[in-house]
Design a protein. Structure first.
Length: 337
């Protein structure tokens, strides 16, 4: 696991904001342009306002993605918009035409920055979750269909979200055993869960009809709903920073990130499946493993919370998320999910 260098508190964020301000010059924004932090998760994301124009600047954390992997992300999200009609934010080049710019950070190595067009909209409302999951399922299927037939550019590289990434010797988000509130009792329950997940995923396999290029973080925070366009609301998919190779059903699991315990999740899943099947087939034997992927993602998030303690979401969820994970694990292991 790479150390999350943006978790160092206010001093680090203030320094990264300086990186963002210097990056704006590379895009030709005026010296009077304003920069406002939107959020910090894997990266730091800023809203840049220059007169009436708004753009979004992503300042990458160190050590998570090589430039080649970031370029590959941009290749796919651009192809999705241009070839599959999936709304994604446009990548805005710097003055020299570069999609990626390296900007000096006096306290660390140079940081990679990417500028995106501003997209209006907001996260889907909680009171419409069930109905929103049907169009999300259809949208996800369109992305999967494109990924299956897309000729990846030379040098395309993205990491895998597989068993090794979750439970291997260098898990991407750290060990779940180091999660918040993982005491002896929780460790025992979650160890049984890990063992069951390993067995089920090994049997499920990684054939091309089940495993390929996915967004891998299609949670509600990464969907922007703009109700303004004529003909109904438009949904834009953002933040492809974690896109990579994994099981297609992992995209559904990611969609219920942090709300897996919500009493209406079974309805959300049914709605998603209905939408998905309007675009692509989903065999019944695959559908039976949906909760395997939800629990796989949940255990990854226990690790994520432990390794991202300075991120607001992780701090708010804390040990309570681990306790809820143990309750869900017991239900999954006894076949009651």
């Amino acid at each position: 696991m790479e150390v999350h260098d943006l978790s160092g508190g206010g001093d680090v964020i203030a320094r990264v904001e300086g990186v963002a301000r210097r990056a704006l010059r590379r895009y030709g924004l005026s010296p009077d342009a304003e920069v406002k932090l939107i959020n910090v998760s894997e990266n730091a994301t800023f809203l840049a306002t220059d007169g009436d124009a708004r753009t979004v600047l992503r300042v990458h954390r160190l050590g998570y993605h090589a430039p080649e992997a970031i370029a590959s992300e941009l290749d796919w999200l651009t192809a999705l918009r241009e070839e599959a009609g999936v709304p994604t934010p446009a990548v805005l080049p710097a003055l020299d035409g570069s999609r990626l710019v390296a900007v000096d950070d006096p306290g660390a190595a140079p940081r990679t920055c990417v500028m995106f067009a501003f997209v209006p909209g907001a996260e889907p409302a909680e009171d419409s979750l069930v109905q929103d999951f049907e169009p999300l399922g259809a949208l996800t299927a369109r992305m999967h269909r494109h990924a299956r037939g897309w000729a990846r550019p030379p040098g395309f590289t993205r990491f895998h979200w597989d068993v090794d990434a979750a439970f291997g010797p260098r898990p991407r988000w750290g060990r779940w055993q180091d999660g918040a509130g993982v005491d002896g009792e929780a460790r025992a329950v979650l160890s049984r869960l890990e063992s069951a997940l390993r067995d089920r995923l090994a049997r499920f396999g990684t054939g091309p009809d089940r495993y390929g290029l996915i967004h891998a973080d299609l949670r509600l925070a990464n969907l922007l709903v703009d109700p303004a366009p004529a003909g109904g609301a438009a949904v834009t998919v953002i933040d492809f920073d974690d896109c990579g190779l994994s099981w297609y059903l992992y995209d559904l699991a990611a969609a219920v990130s942090f709300i897996e315990h919500h009493p209406r999740v079974p309805e959300m899943v049914d709605s998603w499946v209905r939408g998905y099947r309007t675009e692509l087939g989903l065999p019944a034997e695959d559908e039976r493993e949906i909760w395997t992927f939800i629990m796989f993602r949940r255990l990854l998030l226990v690790a994520w919370i432990g390794s991202h303690s300075a991120v607001d979401t992780a701090r708010e969820l804390g040990a309570g998320y681990t306790r809820g994970s143990c309750d869900l694990a017991e239900r999954y292991l006894t076949g009651s999910l």
